[in-house]
Ligand binder design. Structure first.
Ligand code: C5P
Length: 242
């Protein structure tokens, strides 16, 4: 794909155009960043593992009735996807308190939330991806109120499906980030990726706050053994049918 035109290069992926304007090729990189790219590194084999995990999860979600941009995995670290116009919101769903929720509310790490929480962040590196209120989203006209409600409903459906799936993998789905986009027919599709880069995943039944981590927090918090954690997630995900 070296001659293909790059549409967009992000922190973890390069998106190439194809001959078909409705189809793009997403290449998953080993590059890892955290804290709005203030911390940078590489996780060996991450691109292949995340692409494979995301492909399996997208297929599983499609089977469960969720429309996604996924078409097919064309190489270990390449995925064909439907072209969408990305909605500039990061939709974060939380089941258990961790990360910025703890920092911003004082809730204790590991507190099980009475019901899932859906947070929105503005996808804007220059502003540091700030947390937005619903009122601000409508004020900024990022989406309409109907679309906002549709995003919340879709995110909660995905949470239920994913949490059940990971439970079967002996993994607790703590929280995760989703991105959505609209295709040429204005159909809302789940986009980007779902992987240990975008989810907090804890080994079920493990209470040690360092040992249980099977996701990018191992990189963020310098916990080591990152590649093994990602490989373990991939092995367990692939063992469950899509
Ligand atoms: O940092 P925070 O606690 O808000 O992250 C919530 C979830 O969203 C985590 O699973 C994290 O990996 C994910 N996330 C992401 N990309 C971002 C910000 C958060 O995948 N830019």
């Amino acid at each position: 794909m070296s001659a293909a035109e790059i549409l967009y290069e992000g922190k973890a992926k390069i998106v190439y155009k194809t001959d078909d304007p409705n189809i793009l090729l997403a290449h998953f990189k080993d590059d890892a960043t955290a804290y709005n790219a203030q911390k940078k590194g590489q996780i060996v084999g991450k691109g292949k593992m995340n692409c494979t995990i995301a492909a399996h999860l997208f297929q599983m979600l499609e089977t469960a009735g969720i429309a996604t941009h996924f078409i097919s995995q064309t190489a270990e670290d390449d995925m064909q996807v439907r072209a969408v116009k990305i909605i500039p919101l990061e939709v974060v769903v939380r089941n258990i308190a961790a990360g910025s929720l703890c920092q911003q509310t004082g809730l204790e790490l590991g507190t099980v939330l009475k019901k899932p929480l859906v947070d929105f962040h503005y996808k804007n590196d220059a502003l540091g991806d700030p947390l937005l209120t619903h009122a601000r989203i409508l004020l900024m006209e990022v989406v309409t109120e109907t679309q906002l409600n549709q995003l919340i409903e879709r995110a909660l459906q995905i949470n239920q499906i994913l949490a059940n799936f990971f439970e079967k993998c002996q993994i607790t789905l703590v929280d995760f980030k989703l991105e959505f986009g609209c295709d040429a027919d204005q159909v809302l599709l789940l986009a980007d990726e779902i992987s240990p880069d975008t989810c907090r995943l804890w080994q079920k039944g493990e209470s040690d706050p360092s040992r249980r981590v099977m996701d990018k927090d191992r990189f963020r918090r310098d916990l080591g053994d990152i590649e093994n954690a990602y490989a373990q997630v991939m092995k367990r995900v692939l063992a469950q049918s899509a």
